[in-house]
Design a protein around this ligand. Structure first.
Ligand code: HEM
Ligand code: HEM
Length: 343
């Protein structure tokens, strides 16, 4: 049984990996990883503000773009709706600048960080550029539903990109016993991401309001309700497989349980949003934010599971331990292996 196997990365080690001892001088990888976690958390908060902007009907509260009423700070027009839209743009600009800083840091330290990092940082910067352009189009095209949905989809992609980079930079002790979990993680992630896009379509077309009130656009609403089935099935399959897999690392075990908790909360929020006929705006914002958190947790799970699987593969191929801190040996594949980002 799984419970008989030790968790090879303990809670203390996991905490140390996520928030390394601040007394020790941080390495360039530590500095960059901390920056990436901060950008990821700020993006989740920004997505919640974006959802509040939509739910509060504040999408066109600033009628022009990139300025708001032709000003940097529209003091005279300021009210809750203008504030939401203006703050959303300000926050987005800060995230854009932080991503530029990430590119600069990864280029500056390019000899001390993995070769893929500068490329990944430039890719993330390109994504944020696309996101800013979609944000502008959202306003100039008067909240066209396909643009609003694409804006949500790119936001989730950028958030995921940050988490992929952060998880690839984590020092990670693998056990090489993940089996099919990387694929199950990827499948669950794809299904839940699609479910979020369907939710975005419902929101941007106001399909729930229309279906409940006028019996119109019910097929859009129903597509999101149908999407609950594959999402729930994949997340439960993932958690079940995690429970059944012995000797998994502590982060994989915890993330595997967390996705189920988030799914249950998300279902409860969705049902409450629906039953209360979308009258409680914070509920819809919470539903949106939990959906993004679910995607983020699945991204972290999948990346760590792939890192585990890759270390398993290379372990089978290698006769002798390579450079990079591997603790396991080819003769004893069950020995845990430690890898940080490959430099
Ligand atoms: C890092 C950059 C950005 C992120 C992560 C982001 C994220 C989001 C998210 C998740 C939503 C909610 C979409 C939904 O509920 O379906 C949203 C809404 C919105 N965003 Fe952004 N956004 C960013 C940048 C911008 C920029 C630069 C603008 C420029 C005008 C903008 C304008 C809007 C508007 C107008 C809405 C409301 C859409 C509506 O009312 O239907 N966003 N944003
Ligand atoms: C895996 C489960 C689910 C995920 C990942 C998910 C995700 C989402 C997302 C990301 C949105 C967009 C919110 C926004 O644009 O701000 C949304 C909207 C919505 N969801 Fe879900 N959802 C799930 C389950 C449910 C359930 C179980 C229900 C109800 C039975 C539901 C009802 C709704 C409704 C009514 C909206 C539209 C809100 C609006 O118009 O403002 N969802 N969902």
């Amino acid at each position: 049984m799984a419970a008989n196997f030790p968790s090879l990365l303990s809670p203390a080690t996991a905490r140390e990996a996520l928030w390394p001892n601040t007394n020790a001088a941080p390495t360039p990888i530590d500095r960059i990883r901390r920056l990436v976690w901060k950008i990821a958390i700020a993006t989740l908060a920004l997505m919640a503000v974006g959802s509040a902007t939509r739910v509060m009907n504040a999408g066109l509260a600033c009628p022009d773009w990139p300025l708001c009423y032709g000003q940097l700070v529209p003091q005279q027009q300021m009210n809750l709706q203008v504030f939401l839209e203006w703050f959303h743009r300000l926050d987005a600009a800060l995230i854009g600048l932080s991503t530029l800083w990430l590119v600069a840091l990864s280029l500056w330290y390019r000899r001390q960080v993995p070769g893929w990092l500068p490329w990944a940082a430039v890719g993330a910067l390109a994504l944020i550029g696309v996101q800013g352009a979609l944000g502008g189009l959202t306003v100039t095209q008067l909240l066209r539903f396909d643009i609003v949905t694409a804006h949500l989809g790119t936001a989730l992609l950028f958030f995921s990109a940050m988490l992929v980079i952060a998880c690839c930079l984590l020092p990670y002790r693998s056990t090489g016993t993940v089996g099919r979990l990387p694929w199950i993680g990827l499948a669950a992630l794809t299904v839940v991401y699609t479910q979020c896009l369907l939710g975005g379509l419902v929101g941007s077309r106001w399909a729930a309001h229309q279906c409940l009130g006028l019996k119109e656009l019910c097929q859009v609403m129903n597509s999101h309700l149908l999407g609950i089935l594959p999402s729930t099935a994949m997340v439960l399959a993932l958690t079940w497989t995690v429970w059944r897999t012995p000797a998994l690392t502590y982060p994989l075990r915890r993330l595997g349980s967390l996705v189920s908790v988030l799914l249950v909360l998300q279902l409860v929020m969705g049902i409450a949003t629906f039953r209360l006929r979308l009258q409680i705006e914070p509920l819809t914002v919470a539903h949106h934010t939990l959906g993004a958190a679910l995607v983020g947790t699945l991204v972290c799970f999948t990346v760590l599971a792939w890192r585990d699987a890759r270390s398993d593969l290379s372990q089978n191929r290698l006769e002798s331990p390579p450079e990079g801190g591997r603790l396991g040996t080819a003769e004893n594949p069950s020995t845990p292996t430690v890898s940080t980002a490959e430099v």
